[in-house]
Ligand binder design. Sequence first.
Ligand code: 5GP
Length: 206
Amino acid sequence: MNSKGILTVISGFSGSGKGTVVKQLCERYNYALSVSATTRDPRKGEIDGVHYFFKTVEEFENMIANDEFLEHAGYVNNMYGTPKRYVLDKLNAGENVILEIEMQGGLQIKEKYPDAVLIFMAPPSACTLKKRLVDRNTEEQDVINKRLARAAEEIDYIDKYDYLVINDELETCINDIQRIVTSEKNKVNNQPAMVDFIKKDFKNII
Ligand code: 5GP
């Protein structure tokens, strides 16, 4: 008896550790992870079609024109977007889907799909974030600064998210998110087929 899958959006400042958390969630539980399209250049070790679909600006704009995105947004000199087809197919098949996207995109999703669960992941402090970004060593200093400036801007939108999870200790953070999604899945209005079945079944109890 398939109920619809839960659409979970995980956002967090660049360097908040959301990549690690999302990877662990997908490895341990049966989430379908949406692969985004981006105009950003691949980082060392990133594979096209696995980490991102790497697109030229022209290709990306064509995808927008063809209405291929569930949402898309600009982020520090590049564009990022969630391809629509994959996500809708998985949700309709009853699978839980995770989107790891920034906040503008998260808010677009909430507007289109009010049942989506928006989780914001933050590091324990601004100082930790700065250290993680520098230690990660994947960006030049000016890009790091732009990403930190973006983090400062995004803080104002936290109130629009449904949940705030602090990523201090990895296991706690993963468990917190998994509990949130399980609770959402158990909501009565997310299980119409089961509710229907139980109602009919219990009508004949005597
Ligand atoms: P990065 O360049 O570090 O891989 O990603 C930069 C930011 O873009 C991160 O906050 C990441 O979550 C976000 N992002 C990745 N894919 C998408 C997407 O499809 N849509 C939106 N709106 N943001 C995305």
